[in-house]
Design a protein. Structure first.
Length: 121
């Protein structure tokens, strides 16, 4: 499941659903026309494709997510770290911070996250 990828336009469409769910397919067509300039057929084609990928479901005209936005992007982040840094979060952070330093607030937040993670074990 974590091999699911979205193109830029698919991601914009997915965001419409995630923000509005549950949403009727009729309302989704309207929102897609407003936000993306799509016709009804385009909306249904892309919706069908994303349903086949297992991200959304269209049950009797009611569209809902099977994967929440946060979960989807978490899976994408994990995949990026795995593919690019051999799964090493420290290697990712080292690369990330070598060009863009962390603010004291970000450092404090990371420390809290690590401390909370350590408490869970």
């Amino acid at each position: 499941m974590n091999n699911i990828q979205l193109g830029i336009i698919e991601a914009q469409f997915a965001d419409i659903i995630w923000v509005s769910e549950p949403i009727s397919s009729t309302e989704l067509v309207k929102k897609s026309e407003e936000a993306l300039g799509w016709k009804k057929s385009t909306t249904y084609t892309v919706l069908k494709r994303l349903c086949e990928k297992g991200i959304f479901q269209n049950d009797k005209g009611c569209v809902t997510s099977l994967i929440k936005k946060e979960e989807f992007y978490s899976m994408q982040s994990e995949r990026f770290v795995e593919d690019t840094f051999g799964g090493s979060l420290p290697a990712f952070l080292a690369a990330f911070t070598s060009r863009k330093g962390l603010s004291p607030e970000e450092v404090a937040h990371l420390r809290r996250m690590i401390a909370e993670y350590g408490e869970e074990e």
